[in-house]
Design a protein around this ligand. Sequence first.
Ligand SMILES: CC(=O)N[C@H]1[C@@H](OP(=O)(O)OP(=O)(O)OC[C@H]2O[C@@H](n3ccc(=O)[nH]c3=O)[C@H](O)[C@@H]2O)O[C@H](CO)[C@@H](O)[C@@H]1O
Ligand SMILES: C=C(OP(=O)(O)O)C(=O)O
Length: 416
Amino acid sequence: MDSIRITGGVPLHGTIAISGAKNAALPLMTCGLLTDERLTLSNVARLADIATMSQLLAQHGIEVTPNGRSLTLGGKITNTEAPYEIVRKMRASILVLGPLLARTREARVSLPGGCAIGTRPVDLHLKGLEAMGAQIELDGGYVNAKAPQGLKGATIVFPFVSVGATENLLMAAALADGQTVLKNAAREPEITDLATCLIAMGAKIEGLETDTLTIEGVKDLHGADHAILPDRIETGTYACAAAITGGDVFLENARAADLGAVLTSLAEAGVVITEAQNGFRVTRANGLHGVDVTTEPFPGFPTDMQAQFMALMTVAQGASLITENIFENRFMHVPELARMGAKINIQGSSAIVRGVKHLTGAPVMATDLRASFSLVLAALAAQGETTISRVYHLDRGYESVEQKLAGCGARVERVG
Ligand SMILES: CC(=O)N[C@H]1[C@@H](OP(=O)(O)OP(=O)(O)OC[C@H]2O[C@@H](n3ccc(=O)[nH]c3=O)[C@H](O)[C@@H]2O)O[C@H](CO)[C@@H](O)[C@@H]1O
Ligand SMILES: C=C(OP(=O)(O)O)C(=O)O
């Protein structure tokens, strides 16, 4: 199993190119199930999760052909079952449910189950599809869904914001009979990217970037070309890397507007963002200051940036209160950061971080995707050597980590 070894203490200097967003690419790939025509996605990051989604779609009959940074999806649906062996590797697999039901009126999809960061139920996805006329049974860990009369438009009011349920229902509604209104819908930039691609495929959707999406179902969708937006979480993560090392890094392709509350929190912490035409530069005025953050749906502070921001706060002056509102178990990086000298106390869904003068290198273990990068950040700032094991978590969602960091002077290598 691969590990990453980092010798800390080098301020990062240089340019890091931000890749296409994982959390946009995965739902966008499932759009390949919505048409027999070819869908070409460009700016696709080279990630383990993209390979897993390609494998899932291939066994449904949709071939995914890579060409540089593009993927072309095409083919007819030949199988409507998403098996546990693939779904368990990646939660985004549940996003085939809406498209399969809309297209073939049936689907059998393994329940993704819980994962390290929390239980992550999918009841809102299922209730929404039921409101659109689907009959759903749970059997042997699988969702068995049928819509013998086809899906019908409905008004669905989400009791709280769900990114995945908004995506699943948006795709299903695009091909349903009549009008669907999704209220209290998620408005993450990845949702807007998905809606933009669906519109290019012939879908009729209004209300982009708002919490109410109105979809007039159409009979068929057609092929399209779509460029995936830059990854806002990778952007925020490398902004933290520049800041924690006191470096000066230009994040190429980064879009400040997509960062929401991350931008404000970084600024409050003393990080200076200077926007340019094709990205932005990240530097630090002086020292870092403790800042309180609470995770919330977009445009609030994203749960996917919580671990990385906490790493930054471990070396800030003063204390910060970090509250995790989305997932009940997303503090697994805390004991690992503590092994490097961080002072953090967990109280329920909050962590109190008291900044220390410096962290020290240690062997640590990655437990999930973003937790992994929080350890990379701590390692970059720490005195001495850190070895991070189980980096397969990192490879799910960060492309070419060692190359991107080494390109800015970091002493980093992958060890077998
Ligand atoms: C709102 C939010 O920040 N969503 C995050 C969530 O998306 P993801 O789509 O995985 O999760 P949801 O947005 O659906 O979940 C939001 C909340 O709703 C709950 N829930 C969700 C669906 C459901 O059917 N029933 C239910 O109870 C979840 O447990 C969670 O507490 O994790 C992704 C990976 O970290 C992030 O990229 C998303 O930004
Ligand atoms: C947890 C994440 O991804 P997933 O929903 O695929 O598990 C993430 O992107 O931080």
